[in-house]
Design a protein around this ligand. Structure first.
Ligand code: ZN
Ligand code: ZN
Length: 468
């Protein structure tokens, strides 16, 4: 059942009384979701790390919950596009300064980095939230719905936090509050990374020649001084029931590349196609030819892959065979070697099909985002923490996602673990819930405290385990 607007209005609880903290903290025994019921096994609670610090996190997270939700609503109502997150960045920087941190602003344009120095020596853990919104007109009926406008590629657009990055910022602000409150007892330091433009900047079409977001932050040294030992991040997901945690070891989200194909034929009268070379028919053959790469050429047992032609432009009149056709699309892969192999096959397929008709075609591809790969050793080490935080029956093995994340650029440099937090209200069919990027993307706010609990516990457990 899709969530109707009326239902959504009814679910917005007044602040803060109706927030069902206890139900979440206790770990809801949810029905298995269509995602991976076989893996959502009940397990005995696993003890990792320092129980006293863990108990403190619970108390402090509950105390911060009302502010967490108020921040989320405020940021939701004032979304900003990639590299224009100035209001959000100020909110974050002011908060981190108030917590007594060293704060750097203007990192990778609008990014903010706070350093919390623990009272005892130990590792440096980085936690990351992305801050940008999308050019989407909100259709969710909540009192804090966005009416914001922004400029996207030079045009005025409606702006919405349709990917839930508002919740990521609020969750990390609350996590900062939790950990700052216990900093004297922390055996290590925490770097809070608030990153711009995860979805790419609002002011140019990404073509691989520029860098932005996570890649830019890494280039500006966010993982150095002090050197980060491990990084954690999360993403809210409509495909998972509210409050549940999901993750997987190894490749978790796909690499995303963009390609361009130009097909040059010879223009002629549409009634006499033999007088020219028809780039529309050639392009049609190329579109179909590209689909045989995954289905007939690469090893289907190794990793999945997707090739999508997203645009095709050519011609301006029904009875003219045009001179050229331009196409653009995306490739999604999980394995570096397979990615390069697919690119080579796409080039060969494109050029050979064009040549067979006497046309000429060029193929160009740029790599935009790498695959998000959770380091197996770190994932194995921290899984007991995530299971304990989620509670029995409230976690699962995430399937691979074909969406991409620039969190991958941190993971390329340091061990990293990226996990999902479910935000679709209990009782709603997650397969029918409006997905991230939809104008109807809806966040069940009582889920958010589990994000704070997860990030805080991952940090503290990682530090305490490093002491042994
Ligand atoms: Zn997104
Ligand atoms: Zn996102």
């Amino acid at each position: 059942m899709a969530v109707s607007h009326r239902h959504i209005r009814a679910r917005i609880a007044p602040l803060p009384a109706a927030i069902s903290t206890l139900a979440l903290a206790a770990g809801l025994l949810c029905a298995p979701t269509p995602w991976s019921p076989a893996h959502a096994q009940a397990q005995p609670p696993l003890q990792t790390g320092d129980a006293a610090l863990q108990a403190q996190i619970e108390t402090r997270a509950k105390a911060a919950e009302a502010r967490l939700i108020a921040w989320r609503r405020d940021i939701h109502q004032h979304p900003e596009l990639g590299n224009y997150e100035t209001r959000t960045a100020k909110l974050v920087a002011d908060h981190l300064k108030k917590l007594g941190m060293e704060v750097k602003t203007g990192v990778a344009k609008t990014g903010v980095v706070g350093l919390l120095k623990g009272g005892k020596p130990g590792p440096v853990v980085a936690l990351r939230a992305d801050m940008d919104a999308l050019p989407v007109k909100e259709r969710v009926d909540v009192p804090f719905a966005s009416k914001a406008k922004g400029k996207y590629l030079g045009k005025e657009v409606d702006v919405m936090h349709a990917c839930g990055h508002d919740t990521h910022v609020a969750i990390l602000m609350a996590t900062a509050e939790v950990l700052a409150g216990m900093k004297d007892q922390l055996p290590g330091s925490v770097k809070f990374i608030f990153q711009p433009a995860e979805e790419s900047p609002a002011d140019f079409e990404p073509d691989g020649t520029n860098i932005w977001g996570a890649k830019q932050m890494v280039a500006e040294g966010v993982l150095d001084n002090p050197k980060v030992d491990a990084i954690f991040g999360l993403h809210v997901s409509s495909g998972i029931e509210s409050g549940k945690l999901a993750w997987r070891s190894g490749p978790a989200m796909a690499a995303a590349d963009q390609f361009w194909i130009d097909v040059k034929g010879r223009q002629t009268h549409g009634a006499r196609p033999w007088g020219g070379i028809d780039p529309i028919v050639v392009s049609s053959q190329i579109v179909l030819g590209l689909q045989t790469i995954q289905s007939r050429q690469v090893n289907a047992m190794l990793e999945p892959s997707v090739i999508t032609v997203g645009t095709i432009h050519g011609g301006n009149r029904m009875n003219i065979v045009p001179e050229k056709v331009e196409m653009m699309g995306t490739v999604r892969t999980y394995d570096e070697g397979m990615k390069k192999d697919i690119h080579a096959r796409m080039k060969r397929t494109t050029e050979s099909i064009a040549a067979s008709s006497g046309a000429e075609a060029t193929f160009r591809v740029v790599e935009l985002y790498n695959a998000t790969i959770n380091q197996p050793a770190l994932t194995e080490k921290m899984a007991p923490t995530l299971k304990r935080v989620a509670g029995d029956g409230n976690w699962m093995l995430a399937p691979k996602a074909t969406a991409s994340e620039d969190f991958s650029f941190y993971q390329e440099k340091v061990p990293g673990l990226f996990f999902n937090l479910g935000v679709t209200p209990k009782g709603t069919d997650v397969t029918k819930a409006a997905s991230n990027h939809s104008p109807e993307f809806y966040v069940d706010e009582p889920a958010l405290i589990n994000g704070v609990r997860a990030l805080s516990n991952l940090t503290v457990d990682y530090m305490t385990m490093a002491q042994r």
